[in-house]
Design a protein around this ligand. Structure first.
Ligand SMILES: Nc1ncnc2c1ncn2[C@@H]1O[C@H](COP(=O)(O)OP(=O)(O)O)[C@@H](O)[C@H]1O
Ligand SMILES: [Mg+2]
Length: 441
C-alpha cells in the first residue's frame, strides 16, 4: 500500500516548470472560485429579489386594475396592455379552481424568491412552474372568480451576467497562465543550461559557451560550478604534468644505468638488474604515453566501430583469434587516442591470458557499452577491484612472459572515467574475463 501523500506525489508534475506553475496557478484559481462564489451568492440573490419583486408587483397591479375596472372590454384591454408593455402574457380561466396539490416544477433560489415576492405583494393562493419551459415561468393565481394564468419570460426574473463573468474569469486566467508559463520558462532556462554544462563536464566534454545567467541563486551556483571546474582542470593538468615530468626525468638515469650495465658485460648477476631496468623503462614509457594523451587531446566525434576495428587490425596479438561485432549508431564524442589506448590495454590483456577474444559494442539509449570477452583463466571475484590499482598484478601473472607493469587496467579505467563512463570486470560467458566499458552517448 502506498502512502496517500506519496500516491498524490506521483501525479504532481516533476519538472520545476510544472511545479512552479502549479504553485502560481492553484492559489489563483482558488481565489477566483472563492471570490466568484461569494460575490455571486450575494449579487445574484439581490438581483433576483429585485426582479421577482417587480414582476410580483406588476401582477398585483393587474389584479387590482381588473377588480376596479370590471367587464370583458376592460379585461381585454388590460391583458393586451400587460402583454405589450410589461411582457406578461395573461389569460383568465373563469370559475376554475387551482387544485390543492399541483405538481410543481422547482428551481431552487428563483422559485423561492418568486414565491416570497408573490406572497408579499399578491397575497393570494398561487402556483409556480419554473421548470416546464426553458425560457418561461408560469404563475397561476387563484382569484375569487377564477384563475389568472400569467406566463413571463425567464429573462425578466433572472440575471444572466454570471456566464459572462465566468467566461471573463476563465479567459483572463488562461492569459495569466500563458504569461506565467513564458516567464517561468525564462527563469528555468539558466538552470537547464547549468545542468547541461555540469553534465557535459562530467563526461569530459567542454561547454565553452557556458556563462552564468539568470536569478542570483542560479548565478551563484553557476559561478561555483565554474570555479570548481577550473580547480578540477588545474588539478588534472598538474597531475599529468607531474607524471610527465617525473617519467621524463627518470629516463636519463635509466639510460645511464643501461649503459653502465652494458659496460659490465654479460655476467649472471647483471641479468636480474638488466630485466628490472627494462621493466622500469616500460613503465616510464607507458606513463609518458598516458600523460601525453590525457593532457593534449581534444574531444572529437568518433565512430567507435571504426576505432575498434583499427585496434583489432592494427596490432598483432600472437595466436589470439579476435571477433568484432559493432552495431548501431556508435558515434560519440571521444579523445580517440586515449580511447584507443584503453581498448589496446583491454585487448592486450585478453590476448596475453587467452586464445579467443570477442569484442562487442552496442548502443542502448544514452549508453554505449563495449564488452571484451576472453576464454582465459579469468580474475577471481575478490580481485576484480584490486586489478584496477596501479602496479597491481595477480600472483599467477607474476611470470615474465605476460610481463606487464600493472598499469594497463588503471590507465584504461582512468580514460573511461574521464569520458564520464566506467569500466568493470565481470564473468565472461566464454569462461574468462569480461571487461565491460560503459560510455555516455
Ligand atoms: N583478460 C585477463 N585475464 C586474466 N587476468 C587478467 C586479464 N586482464 C588483466 N588480468 C589481471 O589483472 C592484472 C592487472 O592487469 P593490468 O593492469 O593490465 O596490468 P598488466 O597487464 O601490466 O599486468 C594482470 O596482471 C592480470 O593478473
Ligand atoms: Mg595489461
Amino acid at each position: 500500500m502506498l502512502h496517500p501523500l506519496k500516491a498524490l506525489k506521483r501525479f504532481l508534475p516533476h519538472s520545476l516548470l510544472g511545479r512552479s506553475l502549479l504553485i502560481i496557478v492553484t492559489p489563483l484559481i482558488l481565489l477566483q472560485i472563492v471570490s466568484a462564489w461569494i460575490f455571486y451568492d450575494r449579487h445574484w440573490d439581490t438581483i433576483t429579489r429585485r426582479l421577482t419583486s417587480a414582476v410580483a408587483g406588476e401582477i398585483a397591479s393587474v389584479i387590482d386594475a381588473r377588480r376596479n375596472f370590471p367587464g370583458p372590454e376592460n379585461q381585454r384591454w388590460l391583458f393586451y396592455s400587460a402583454g405589450a408593455n410589461l411582457g406578461l402574457r395573461i389569460a383568465f380561466r373563469g370559475d376554475d379552481i387551482l387544485p390543492n396539490q399541483l405538481a410543481e416544477g422547482r428551481d431552487g433560489t428563483l422559485e423561492e424568491q418568486l414565491a416570497n415576492a408573490l406572497r408579499e405583494r399578491v397575497r393570494r393562493p398561487f402556483h409556480l412552474d419554473t421548470l416546464s419551459a426553458a425560457r418561461e415561468v408560469r404563475i397561476q393565481v387563484q382569484l375569487p372568480d377564477g384563475v389568472l394564468d400569467v406566463v413571463v419570460d425567464r429573462e425578466r426574473l433572472f440575471s444572466s451576467t454570471t456566464y459572462i463573468f465566468v467566461m471573463w474569469m476563465v479567459g483572463t486566467s488562461m492569459v495569466l497562465f500563458a504569461v506565467a508559463m513564458i516567464f517561468m520558462r525564462n527563469q528555468i532556462r539558466p538552470i537547464r543550461r547549468l545542468a547541461a554544462a555540469v553534465d557535459s563536464f562530467g563526461k569530459g566534454r567542454d561547454a565553452p559557451d557556458f556563462k552564468p545567467e539568470g536569478a542570483t541563486e542560479i548565478r551563484q551556483a553557476a559561478n561555483a560550478f565554474t570555479r570548481m571546474r577550473e580547480r578540477i582542470q588545474n588539478a588534472i593538468t598538474q597531475r599529468t604534468e607531474m607524471l610527465a615530468g617525473v617519467s621524463h626525468d627518470l629516463r636519463t638515469p635509466l639510460t645511464r644505468m643501461k649503459l653502465q650495465l652494458a659496460l659490465l658485460g654479460d655476467r649472471p648477476e647483471t641479468e636480474e638488474l638488466k630485466y628490472d631496468v627494462v621493466e622500469m623503462e616500460k613503465m616510464v614509457e607507458e606513463y609518458l604515453a598516458f600523460a601525453r594523451g590525457e593532457s593534449a587531446e581534444k574531444m572529437v566525434e568518433s565512430d567507435i566501430a571504426a576505432l575498434l576495428a583499427e585496434v583489432v587490425n592494427g596490432a598483432r596479438y600472437e595466436d589470439a583469434v579476435i571477433t568484432l561485432d559493432a552495431s548501431g549508431a556508435l558515434t560519440v564524442p571521444l579523445r580517440p587516442n586515449a580511447f584507443k589506448r584503453c581498448i589496446v590495454n583491454l585487448v592486450g590483456n585478453a590476448a596475453a591470458y587467452a586464445n579467443r577474444i570477442a569484442i562487442d559494442a552496442t548502443r542502448n539509449g544514452e549508453v554505449v557499452s563495449i564488452v571484451v570477452d576472453d576464454d582465459g583463466p579469468g580474475i577471481p571475484e575478490d580481485q576484480r577491484e584490486a586489478v584496477f590499482k596501479p602496479f597491481f598484478r595477480l600472483d599467477s601473472s607474476r611470470n615474465r612472459e605476460t610481463g606487464g607493469t600493472g598499469l594497463g587496467l588503471a590507465i584504461a579505467r582512468d580514460v573511461v572515467r574521464a569520458h564520464g563512463g566506467d569500466l568493470t570486470i565481470e564473468d565472461s560467458p566464454m569462461g574468462g574475463v569480461r571487461a565491460r566499458l560503459r560510455l555516455p552517448a
